[in-house]
Design a protein around this ligand. Structure first.
Ligand code: RB5
Length: 153
């Protein structure tokens, strides 16, 4: 499996811990930055991870900022991305099982590193449930093109 990771400055240390954890699990990691705790802008990294997921360069993505909110909004702007902000293992499990989330978002200011790594593991180890969830995920995918082609419909 190949996973892209990205963060802004408050989540830099969490990103480094997530990277090491993914490598320990034998996962190939693509790091889009940031590379330090110097102030930067989360939309850049959310979009960069989202684009790699959307174009199939990686299987999934993990994005991190102070709250996880801004960077998940950025990732979700990329068609094909289903980013889920998770602060609990149950969120992570359900985001995979129900929503087939292909990007995990974490908030470094609110989630301790060990807890975040446990959320990552749950997210990686849970499969999409399919069945009744499938048409709903298809509806999410349809929204990717709906507003682009006909904004008022
Ligand atoms: C950066 O100060 C902060 O706004 C960012 O990390 C994130 O929390 C935005 O949603």
């Amino acid at each position: 499996m190949r996973i892209a990771v990205g963060s802004d400055h408050p989540a830099y240390h969490l990103k480094e811990a997530v990277k090491a954890h993914l490598s320990d699990r034998g996962i190939d990691v693509v790091d889009v930055g940031t590379d330090s705790t110097e102030s930067t802008h989360y939309p850049k990294y959310g979009a960069a991870v989202g684009e790699l997921v959307a174009d199939g360069s990686v299987d999934r993505g993990i994005v991190m900022c102070g709250t996880g909110i801004g960077i998940s909004i950025a990732a979700n702007k990329i068609p094909g991305v289903r980013a889920a902000l998770c602060s609990h293992e149950a969120h992570a499990a359900l985001s995979r099982e129900h929503n087939d989330a292909n990007v995990l978002a974490l908030g470094a200011r609110f989630t301790a590193i060990e807890h975040a790594l446990s959320i990552v593991d749950t997210w990686l180890d849970t499969k999409f449930g399919g069945g009744r969830h499938e048409p709903r995920v298809d509806m999410l995918t349809a929204l990717d093109t709906r507003w682009k082609s006909s904004p008022k419909s």
